[in-house]
Design a protein. Structure first.
Length: 201
């Protein structure tokens, strides 16, 4: 029996770049109020639609994390501590995705009614409120990498890649894109493997 549910991760990885492509490059946190208002006025509909796609991606990430956790849990045997961290970290990361989706949707939906300063505040949050996503990603991937290297539940190169991206997740290194790529590949690998890992702790 294979982990077809893991393909939710691959769908997540497709929806994330599509969402960002719809919205385009958002104003930086140092952008002036007028620039921010003009941006969201021009792209209100695209921003809201992209936010909806990002929210769907966040939900799919939760399903992927659950599948990944179960796969690692079976490989860990009597010591499932790392898979529990994977699940907790992935849940926080998904919450981070949903936070970005909510802020982005609100920015597009209220640009015509909210005070310009309020629109600017939302824009700054959309740029800088990344700690939940970064922290959850770091915990999920670091625990996954250690678990994979210890148990062989997934190819070792995926474990090493997880550790590298975990470190990058606490830096401004485009970790969101790397996370999506890792989830895409891992989802495919999981979907083509037996649900019960060969290795045990």
């Amino acid at each position: 029996m294979t982990n077809r549910a893991a393909l939710t991760g691959s769908i997540y990885a497709v929806l994330v770049p599509v969402s960002y492509a719809l919205t385009g490059k958002t104003p930086s946190s140092s952008a002036k109020v007028d620039e921010v208002v003009d941006f969201y006025t021009d792209k209100a509909d695209q921003t809201m639609f992209g936010a909806v796609l990002l929210a769907i991606a966040g939900v799919l990430l939760l399903f992927f994390v659950g599948t990944l956790r179960n796969h690692l849990r079976m490989a860990e045997g009597a010591t499932p501590g790392l898979s529990s961290v994977v699940h907790a970290g992935g849940t926080v990361a998904a919450a981070g995705v949903l936070i970005f989706a909510g802020i982005s949707f609100t920015s597009g939906d209220t640009v015509d009614t909210l005070d310009p300063t309020g629109v600017h505040v939302l824009s700054v949050l959309n740029e800088d409120f990344f700690m939940p996503l970064a922290g959850g990603t770091c915990a999920m991937l670091f625990a996954t990498g250690l678990s994979v290297l210890r148990t062989g539940a997934l190819p070792r190169w995926l474990g090493w890649a997880a550790l590298v991206i975990a470190v990058a997740s606490v830096t401004p290194a485009g970790f969101f894109a790397y996370l999506a790529l890792w989830v895409l590949v891992t989802g495919i690998v999981l979907a083509t493997r037996d649900a019960a890992p060969v290795g045990t702790a």
